[in-house]
Design a protein around this ligand. Sequence first.
Ligand code: ATP
Ligand code: HSE
Length: 296
Amino acid sequence: MVRVTVPATTANIGPGFDCLGIALSLYNAIEVEETDQGLIIEVEGRDREKIETNENNLIYQSMLKTFERVDYRPKGLKIKQYNNIPMARGLGSSAACIVGGVVAANKLAGNPLKKDEVLQIAVEIEGHPDNVTPALLGGVVVSHHEKGKTNYVRFPVKEVLNFIVAIPETELSTKASRGVLPQTVPFKDAVANVGKSSLLVAALMSGELDKISSALEDRLHQPYRISLMDSLNNIFIEAGKKGINQLFLSGAGPSIVYLTWDQGEKEKEEQFYQLVASMPEEWNIKVLKGDNIGTK
Ligand SMILES: Nc1ncnc2c1ncn2[C@@H]1O[C@H](COP(=O)(O)OP(=O)(O)OP(=O)(O)O)[C@@H](O)[C@H]1O
Ligand SMILES: N[C@@H](CCO)C(=O)O
């Protein structure tokens, strides 16, 4: 029996659209074993009622693609999922399934694939690299996929960083959230994002955390996405008025991350909690750390 744990991930981190992601201390686990025949899929934990337990299951599909790639044919499979990452909230639930499935299948086949080959299959399935790269590798990953190849640089996420994640009950699929993005943007907005995402990566890598606040502004996707949910709009506007600037939409949303590192921020953190609690929907808050291990 093979057991794989995969971290949640938060992608984009504001301006790093489709190219920046960080692994977080919230995990899904998958247990897989070969059987004599058939397919059994059991699911425990979050959102279990929304998950297909037949051949359409995303973990199974990811395993199948991997087995085909390495020419391995198990007679039957039993898959057990233990889910803590909420689906369709911007925390990389599908990425965790895809990476977990590919890694588990590779292990059952005797590990014929190297890590970068595992990553390649995961990116092909997910369609963008910014969740699956930190899910597999842990840490902060800057990635770009073109001409069938994913180039990336990975570095550790600083221990001092806290990721206060506000998760609404409302779901927002990545597909729907990508559907509201513009085909073109003003040149000045593109230039601003290049500058901000470059500054953000440099600050996260060097530890010059005081540079992060001004580097989190995004003009390519957040302005269009936060209009999808009144509370998202209200939280960003009200937080800005209170000088709470280290907020970003987690991946395609709707979860929001408040990035903190300074013990002196306690009052602002309390104001953030109160702001989220004042929203009409049910929001759940998790205080997470970065994960530097990735998939185990
Ligand atoms: N834990 C899971 N178990 C099985 N299938 C899943 C799981 N999470 C996601 N999926 C599959 O992936 C599809 C997309 O999932 P989801 O809506 O979570 O998208 P996503 O891109 O991962 O967004 P997010 O990052 O918000 O989770 C789902 O419709 C489902 O088929
Ligand atoms: N970069 C992707 C992240 C999805 O989690 C998006 O924003 O659509």
